[in-house]
Design a protein around this ligand. Structure first.
Ligand code: ADP
Ligand code: MG
Length: 682
């Protein structure tokens, strides 16, 4: 048996220096080394004759050395090395820079393999800085070569060598981690072969088989791990049964608007969960403005009328205040007492809130991360609502829940996430979707403009302000930066305040201001005392100023589509026609396509699907923030079909053997436990 947990420093080729570099990549053990998968491959296996070489291509030749290495000093510390080689078709010059160690490497009359980029003109053929092998060797050339992800100071060749040494060490000795019945049924490649071929594929068909097996395994284990969590919530713990007599409709009928069918459908799902004895763990998804808060209020009503307290946790103090006002306004008539808890409050205010929360005089507490603190204690916490979930991790959800006895949990996300991705990120949650906006919502007209339209945009802004409206301008940066060529809040504020919009009231806000300053600026904007608010994405989440009608986004090309959509959702919240203006730079195809999507669609789900397609799941809001790790090999976009199959397979496995106690699932159970402890923060 190989010891996979062996320190990577004992692998052949790893010295004290290399181990440090490996550690930086998150590689500590032998297992880490062999599961550090390539990000791509280069086919150095297709041999060509010199006469056939094409300018600009990368190619492999096998040729005889016909000259001594020539050293040409071009200046101090700078030499070019040239070698002439020949095959039966033509002669070729090989060129290296400063490669002193190559001086006596090649012997006249011997044959070698060379791989590199071809430079061909009418009468010369050259290969630049070729990689080489002895005639009968296949170390660097002659095969499919793995390229590893961002490896810092560690050269590809060295890392490749280390991984190859590690593979030699484990060759044929890796224990199978998937049960036989799955390997047979899904015709999966055996583990030893898969690991070998994912690094050094014999050919591309073997590579495909290897990848399929490893992706299958990774997705299955993650899905099973998440389902196991869900199952635990369901069965082993008794949840709260909220009262049937606490009727949601008593509250619904008092709302100033008629709920949409989608809101009602979702509330029915929530009601069912709340009345059952299982603990609700539900993700409520809905586009910006779809009315999630109203849904949360109704659920809150039911919980309080059943004798429980409710905690509503949101990511920013601004949002907490706004929710607090809304909840208070809607719930006061039912004699439900709401309070706010954010970190900017005085000690006295805080103490009084904490006391009243503990002795049960407060029914609903609305706050930020401050709610997670140890000194926050409840009398009888029954429902936890978290808004804008992507800012909180799995673990934080757990912390707040632990302040009650298995309270129901409702997670709201304004970030429409493609269903498939939601299955992964929230596999431990049931999902409800509000797929309809309240009626009479006006479409927000979106324009993507280049800097040449600057003046027209500014005139349009002035016109809107003159009509009494307000404007948001969002920039990617707070301050000017030397490295990043993008607009900053301070730079624009300076210009707009003193020049472009000097006859208007211009203010700016960003994350580096202190809470008090931020709150007071937001307050003034809400009350119409500011015409133009320049900001970073701090206003991305939830803020509600119905009089704002234009959202201008500077350097829109720098934001993810999901973020742009969120930002756009800040306008069009009142009765006025609203606009989103995306100022972008650059001519890249991707930029143009992204802008086009924003102009053409207002549907958050479509936009997020597209974002995922264009940028890959790694970029998608940094999945790391969700408390669930990035995948080592699976790609949630590319592997969607597989993911769907795995999803049903995982459910089937759990239904047949909920605790995975049967003999045939032993291997799965072992891996799931490992995943739960190592990879999901629980
Ligand atoms: P979300 O949190 O999903 O972005 P909100 O709950 O903040 O959306 O709702 C946006 C606005 O729409 C709020 O002003 C809210 O009062 C209003 N609203 C919610 N539901 C309805 C509805 N069914 N009909 C009309 N207006 C609604
Ligand atoms: Mg909201």
């Amino acid at each position: 048996m190989v010891d996979l947990l062996k320190d990577a420093k004992y692998i052949k080729g790893v010295g004290p220096n290399r181990i440090k570099q490996l550690n930086k990549l998150g590689i500590y053990t032998l297992e880490d080394v062999i599961t550090y998968y390539p990000r791509g491959y280069e086919n150095r296996g297709i041999k060509k004759k010199i006469a056939e070489l094409v300018n600009g291509e990368e190619a492999l030749i096998e040729a005889k050395c016909v000259s001594k290495m020539a050293e040409i000093k071009i200046r101090k510390n700078m030499s070019i090395y040239k070698l002439i080689v020949r095959d039966e078709t033509a002669t070729c010059t090989l060129t290296w820079f400063n490669s002193f160690y190559l001086k006596n490497k090649f012997k006249i009359g011997e044959t070698y393999k060379f791989f590199g980029k071809v430079k061909r003109s009418i009468n010369t053929i050259e290969i630049m800085t070729p990689i080489f092998d002895e005639k009968d060797e296949n170390k660097n050339t002659g095969r499919i070569i793995p390229i590893y992800p961002s490896i810092g100071e560690l050269p590809q060749n060295s890392l490749r060598k280390i991984i190859e040494n590690a593979l030699t060490e484990v060759e044929g000795k890796l224990p199978e981690t998937l049960p036989d019945y799955l390997i047979k049924e899904y015709k999966l490649m055996e583990r030893n072969e898969a690991i070998k071929n994912i690094h050094f594929p014999e050919n591309f068909s073997k590579y495909n088989e290897a990848r399929k097996r490893l992706v299958f395994e990774e997705l299955l284990i993650m899905q099973l791990a998440l389902l196991t969590l869900k199952n635990n919530y369901d069965k082993t713990i008794q949840g709260i049964k909220f009262k049937k007599e606490a009727k949601m409709y008593d509250m619904i009928n008092s709302l100033p608007f008629k709920l949409t069918n989608a809101q009602i459908k979702v509330l029915e799902e929530i009601d069912k969960d709340m009345e059952s004895k299982k603990t609700m763990n539900r993700l409520l998804q809905g586009d910006v403005g779809s009315g999630k808060t109203a849904v949360a209020m109704v659920a809150t009503y039911k919980a309080v009328k059943s004798g429980y307290q409710v905690a509503v946790m949101v990511p920013t103090a601004i949002l907490a205040k706004q929710h607090y006002e809304n909840f208070k306004n809607m719930l006061a008539k039912f004699d439900i007492k709401c309070e706010l808890l954010v970190s900017g409050m005085t000690k006295k205010q805080k103490e009084s809130v904490l006391d009243n929360l503990k002795n049960g005089k407060i029914d609903v507490i609305i706050g930020t991360h401050a709610l997670l603190q140890e000194n926050v204690e409840f009398n009888k916490l029954g429902l936890v609502v978290t808004d804008e979930q992507h800012r909180f991790g799995v673990r934080q959800r757990g912390v707040i829940s632990s302040k009650g006895e298995n309270p129901d949990v409702l997670v709201m996300s304004a970030t429409p996430i493609p269903r498939t991705l939601a299955l992964i990120l929230y596999g431990d949650l049931d999902i409800s979707i509000i797929d309809e906006l309240p009626p009479n919502r006006q479409k927000i007209d979106t324009f993507a403009v280049t800097p040449s339209k600057e003046e027209r945009v500014n005139n349009f802004i002035k016109q809107q302000i003159n009509e009494g409206r307000q404007i948001y301008i969002v920039c990617p940066l707070v301050e000017e930066s030397e490295e990043i060529n993008a607009k900053s809040v301070l730079e624009i504020a300076q210009k707009y305040k003193n020049d472009t919009f000097k006859e208007y009231k211009v203010e700016y806000i960003h994350g580096k201001l202190n809470k008090k300053e931020k709150d007071s600026i937001m307050e003034n904007f809400k009350n119409g005392k500011i015409d133009i608010l320049i900001s970073t994405t701090v206003i991305e989440v939830g803020v509600d100023v119905p009089n704002a009608t234009i959202m201008v986004i500077e350097n829109a090309e720098r934001f993810g589509l999901a973020t742009l959509h969120q930002l756009r959702g800040r306008v069009g919240r009142g009765k006025y026609k609203s606009y989103c203006i995306l100022k972008y730079k650059g001519n890249g195809e991707q930029t143009k396509e992204r802008m086009k999507i924003m102009v053409e669609t207002n549907d958050g789900f479509k936009i997020s699907e597209k974002d995922l397609e264009l940028r890959g799941s790694g970029e998608f809001f940094g999945t790391k923030q969700h408390g669930i790790p990035e995948f080592k090999i699976a790609n949630l976009f590319q592997d969607v079909e597989m993911l769907k199959n795995i999803q049903s397979l995982a459910i089937k496995i759990i239904n047949e053997d909920s605790k995975l106690e049967s003999d045939k699932n032993k291997k799965l159970k072992k891996q799931i436990l490992k995943t739960l402890t190592e990879r999901i923060e629980i």
